[in-house]
Design a protein around this ligand. Structure first.
Ligand code: NDP
Length: 246
């Protein structure tokens, strides 16, 4: 636990799902955690309460990551409360599935705004403001490898995030800041489960040889590795955390 003491991690989209698990895992690893969310204040406060109950330190910050002004304000709040930010986890994301031919402009724009521009907004602030020795971990998807039907726009935003990851890693030269991505496979969260029947969930769970869905904690473990000292020599990479699906 002592290894990350006095280090501050900002996790976007940490009120639920994978982001909440990342926030709790990083807190257990010694980080002070900034829990970002878009709308679910009560769930974000619950995450902070669970961290504090275990002796950790955390606060919530509301900001839509697609809003550059709100993102700058979120970094201001983190710096005011805790003195600086060492780790940024770009986890906030949305998924709207549709064949490309049936996708309307709103579906395209909203996913670009949250998944791609959101990651750009936070990465730009982090590139200027992260303390030397820091870490950035972006959330992609293993569908970048699988290339499933209906996932076209969503996966295109994540492929772009993977490209930002590799280039920002090089641009951080001289500051000892690493930039990597974790690309989960199917993980039991609202984002994955909503709108799918039991048979489809079972079929997707069996796409990997371990024959189950990931838990949010499985993905948080990969993020924690890249955020802590053991991951320090991994830079500019995409780690596919999917049980061997692709
Ligand atoms: P959930 O839908 O369970 O949770 C999404 C989180 O993102 C919530 O905390 C939500 O906040 C927040 N959020 C959504 N939009 C915004 C926004 N504009 N600004 C700030 N926060 C926002 O998603 P998951 O936990 O499943 O997904 C987390 C990440 O992992 C995403 O990037 C997703 O693409 C990726 N991923 C997920 C997979 C899966 O199978 N679950 C597989 C591959 C990748 P609020 O509660 O306030 O709405």
């Amino acid at each position: 636990m002592s290894k990350n003491l006095n280090r501050v991690a900002l996790v976007t989209g940490a009120s639920r799902g994978i982001g909440a698990a990342i926030a709790e895992r990083l807190a257990a690893d010694g980080f002070t955690v900034v829990v970002n969310y878009a709308g679910n204040a009560a769930q974000a406060e619950d995450v902070v309460r669970r961290i504090e109950d275990k002796g950790g330190r955390a606060l919530t910050t509301r900001a839509d990551v697609s809003d550059a002004v709100a993102v700058a304000g979120m970094f201001d709040a983190a710096e005011a409360a805790f003195g600086g930010v060492d780790v940024l986890v770009n986890n906030a994301g949305i998924m709207m599935l549709s064949p490309i031919a049936a996708s309307d402009d709103a579906l395209f724009q909203r996913q670009i705004d949250v998944n791609l521009k959101g990651t750009f907004n936070t990465s730009r602030e982090a590139g200027k403001r992260l303390r030397d020795g820091g870490r950035i971990v972006n959330l992609s998807t293993s569908v970048v490898g699988l290339k499933l039907e209906n996932y076209g726009v969503y996966t295109a935003t994540k492929a772009a995030v993977e490209t930002l990851t590799a280039i920002l890693a090089k641009e951080m030269r001289g500051r000892a800041i690493t930039v990597n991505a974790v690309a989960p496979g199917p993980t039991a969260t609202d984002l994955f489960l909503e709108g799918k029947d039991a048979a489809l969930i079972e079929r997707m769970a069996r796409m990997n040889p371990l024959e189950r869905l990931a838990t949010p904690a499985d993905i948080a473990a990969a993020v924690a590795f890249l955020s802590g000292p053991d991951g320090g020599w991994i830079n500019g990479q995409v780690l596919r955390a999917n049980g061997g699906m692709v």
